[in-house]
Design a protein around this ligand. Structure first.
Ligand SMILES: Nc1nc2c(ncn2[C@@H]2O[C@H](COP(=O)(O)OP(=O)(O)OP(=O)(O)O)[C@@H](O)[C@H]2O)c(=O)[nH]1
Ligand SMILES: [Mg+2]
Length: 317
């Protein structure tokens, strides 16, 4: 099932954010370090490029991500034009101190008392935008919570030196091109729970863990990954934890939720569910699928025209 989540308040929020962009010097795009490419909102990128604003990409929640893969992602983003990327954990005291100096480097002209830096936090829901705003302000002023779409309205905060910080609601976009991106966003709790089926998302996550972090499954659930596939992991979790439905069968739903929560809160260790390499392979597969679709459509159209010609042949003079 393709996952798409675009609740109503985001349409207005996106319009407001696009307007607000005119007033800022640097866009701070907060991403989830565990799925840095899947958590890029293409609509935000387009909005930013239309206004020609530089971007500071923050790979947030690095405390939960695989440090080696975070390095790879930082190199990947830093190779993009007009982009600077840094890793961060809002859970670590003082780490947020590096954000404004990094943003300042992208807008060196905004450094005088009458020309203070103005930045806007943007990103998909639940990546930690408001937490980062609070950390920079050193106050618990913006609402935060481990649920997508906590912030519903754009808000401006001012530091004592006159720097502006805009916090914005998490934004999604109408259609996610790669189905696997939807699954990764769901696995990382970045879209609303009503947009997906836990079992489907947990099965996909289990497949990634089997391939790249099998030892974390053994350590947490005492299973032998060599003998399992994705659905098998969910079943094994149900068995190990004694999750049963009435009648005695395995409670897959409860096991799926357990796996997702264990992954999200770090109980499985520091894990990153996509790499620049896996991303490249998925984009290539998408391109092939789109090319095949276009070729099939062109063939069908040629066949339709040929059929029309057969039914009423016309001589071209
Ligand atoms: N482990 C970890 N959790 C974080 C970090 N930063 C934020 N969080 C948690 O992520 C959750 C979401 O934080 P918010 O700041 O509300 O996220 P947001 O991007 O403002 O979300 P919306 O307003 O819904 O778009 C909260 O439970 C935070 O405690 C981090 O660096 N590490
Ligand atoms: Mg928020």
């Amino acid at each position: 099932m393709a996952i798409n989540w675009f609740p109503g308040h985001m349409v207005a929020a996106q319009k407001k954010a696009a307007e607000g962009l005119a007033e800022v010097d640097v866009v701070i795009e907060v991403l989830d370090a565990r799925c840095p490419a899947a958590s890029v909102n293409p609509a935000i990128n387009a909005m930013r490029q239309a206004r020609n604003k530089p971007a500071l990409k923050i790979l947030n929640k690095i405390d939960l991500a695989d440090p080696k893969i975070t390095e790879q992602w930082l190199a990947w983003f830093n190779a993009q034009e007009g982009v600077r990327a840094i890793g961060l954990s809002c859970k670590k005291q003082g780490e947020s101190n590096k954000v404004l100096p990094e943003a300042q480097k992208l807008a060196p002209h905004r450094d005088g008392p009458l020309k203070r830096l103005r930045v806007m936090m943007v990103g998909v829901p639940n990546v930690g935008k408001s937490t980062l705003v609070n950390a920079i302000l050193n106050r618990r002023i913006a609402n935060v919570g481990d649920e997508p779409a906590i912030t519903k309205l754009i808000k401006r905060y001012e530091l004592t030196d006159g720097t502006w910080l805009f916090d914005t609601p998490g934004l999604m976009w109408p259609k996610i091109a790669l189905e696997t991106d939807g699954l990764l966003l769901a696995a990382n709790h970045l879209v609303g729970v009503n947009a997906y089926i836990d079992e489907e998302v947990a099965t996909y996550l289990a497949e990634i863990l089997l391939e790249r972090y099998p030892e974390s499954l053994t350590a947490r659930y005492g299973v032998d990954p060599a003998e399992l596939d994705g659905p098998g992991v969910i079943e094994a979790v149900a068995q190990r934890r004694g999750f049963r439905i009435k009648g005695g069968g395995a409670d897959y739903e409860k096991a799926a939720v357990t796996l997702l929560l264990d992954y999200r809160n770090g109980a499985l260790g520091r894990i990153t569910v996509e790499t620049p390499e896996s991303r490249g392979a998925q984009l290539e597969a998408l391109e092939i699928r789109l090319a095949e679709k276009a070729a099939a459509e062109a063939a069908a159209e040629a066949e339709r025209l040929a059929e029309l010609e057969r039914r009423s042949p016309k001589k071209l003079v």
